[in-house]
Every structure is written in structure tokens, then in C-alpha cells.
Design a binder for this molecule. Structure first.
Ligand code: AMP
Length: 217
């Protein structure tokens, strides 16, 4: 089962990805997580990506396509995958179409998560992320607090507010989303496997996705 998750930053892509992994045994391919891993490891790619990320802008398409091509070529994607935070531009979507054709793969569900902007801003400013690059677990100080304040439940590392989750950076990321990524909704709208659904309560969203997948099997 192969999925694409679309939606603005903070729409709930990570949360839904976790639930889909539990249900379908697929792997998550999050370009944001991969880039943050490169930044922490201090690689050249990470150094290039960091400035864009801190400014709330998108990393160059060519850089993203290189890391996606390598990632999709790995064996653990054979049981299915979730593309989370990718594609983010029409150029990336077109390149993905070509890549899937070459690899003989297709997408079973393209899911757009709908959330009003005021909810997004509240969600993102209250988000905390595990500082351990191998973990990157996500918490919310109101709705999903860690058991011990400031520490990750999974690995015990400290929790941080990401540089790109300050109010200013978030506003820039939403502007970038509206300009560059929202047009993907129209790009995919006529695709037979496209579903657009609210993402306010994750369990309800999951029910919609599972019903959609079952109907289209
Ligand atoms: P995310 O965690 O998905 O919100 O990604 C964090 C940041 O990484 C974004 O604000 C972008 O700067 C960069 N990024 C992640 N995925 C992509 C992508 N597909 N294309 C371009 N930049 C990306």
C-alpha cells in the first residue's frame, strides 16, 4: 500500500503516518525528517538545506529528488510507503510521476488533510520535538504532553522547539505552503485515488482513509 500525504505544515501528516504504519506495516518517508537528520549529521547536503529550512522556504527540488530517489530504491519500501512532506511543488510531483513509472510503482491513496489556518498556528507553536536525531518524536504541550516535562517518553532526550517553529518562521512556512504546495491539490484532484478529508481528530481521519482504501481495493 503506497500513500502520499498532503497538507500544510501542522496538518497532522506525522500523526496520520504513525497510524498508517500501525495499520498497514508501511514505512514513512518524511523528507523533513531526512533533511533534519542530514543537518544533525553535519553533511554537505544538510548544510545546504539548513538555511532554507530556518527561513521557512523550500529546499531546491533537485536536492529533494536525489534523496527521494535513493530512499525509494531501498528494500524496506517493498511492503509499501508513505510519502510525508513530499511532493511539495508541481515540479516534484511531475518528477515523482516519472520515477514511479520507471520503478513500476503506483499510489493507492493520495490524502489531503484539511485543517483551518488558526488551528495550524496553535498546533505548531505548541509542538515540541525530541532533540535526538534518531528519534525526533513529536509532542504537544497541550494535547500530547510527555510524561516527564521536557523529556522524550521514548528515549529520554531533551525536547526542543524547532528553529522553524517560531511564530515568524511558521507564518513564512504557511506562505510558502500556500504559494508552492497548495496547487498540488488541484494537480491531484482528478486522480482516481485522491481523497481530501478534515484532520481535526486523527482517529476520525483514519476511519475516512481506511474506508477509502477498502472501497478502492
Ligand atoms: P517538514 O518537517 O516536512 O515541515 O519540513 C521541514 C522543512 O524541510 C521545510 O520547511 C522545508 O524547508 C524542508 N523540506 C521538507 N520537505 C521538503 C520538500 N519536499 N521540498 C522542499 N523542501 C522540503
Amino acid at each position: 500500500m503506497n500513500f502520499i500525504l498532503l497538507g500544510s505544515p501542522g496538518a497532522g501528516k506525522g500523526t496520520i503516518a504513525e497510524l498508517l504504519i500501525g495499520k498497514y506495516g508501511v514505512v514513512q518517508i518524511s523528507t523533513g525528517d531526512m533533511l533534519r537528520g542530514e543537518v544533525s549529521a553535519g553533511t554537505e547536503l544538510g548544510k545546504t538545506a539548513q538555511d532554507y529550512m530556518n527561513r521557512g522556504e523550500l529546499a531546491p527540488d533537485s536536492l529533494i529528488m536525489d534523496i527521494i530517489e535513493q530512499r525509494l530504491g531501498r528494500d524496506d519500501t517493498k511492503n509499501g510507503f508513505i510519502l510525508d512532506g513530499f511532493p511539495r511543488t508541481i515540479t516534484q510531483a511531475e518528477a515523482l510521476d516519472g520515477m514511479l513509472k520507471t520503478l513500476g510503482l503506483s499510489i493507492d491513496a493520495i490524502v489531503n488533510l484539511e485543517v483551518p489556518e488558526d488551528v495550524i498556528i496553535r498546533r505548531l507553536t505548541s509542538r515540541r520535538t525530541c532533540s535526538n536525531p534518531e528519534c525526533q518524536a513529536i509532542y504537544n504541550i497541550y494535547t500530547k504532553p510527555p510524561k516527564k516535562e521536557g523529556a522524550c517518553d521514548r528515549c529520554g532526550s531533551g525536547l526542543i522547539q524547532r528553529d522553524d517553529e517560531t511564530e515568524e518562521a511558521i507564518k513564512q512556512r504557511l506562505t510558502t505552503y500556500n504559494e508552492k504546495t497548495a496547487p498540488l491539490i488541484d494537480y491531484y484532484r482528478d486522480h482516481p485515488r485522491f481523497l481530501s478529508t478534515p484532520c481535526l481528530v486523527a482517529e476520525d481521519t483514519m476511519k475516512d482513509i481506511v474506508a477509502f482504501v477498502e472501497d478502492n481495493r
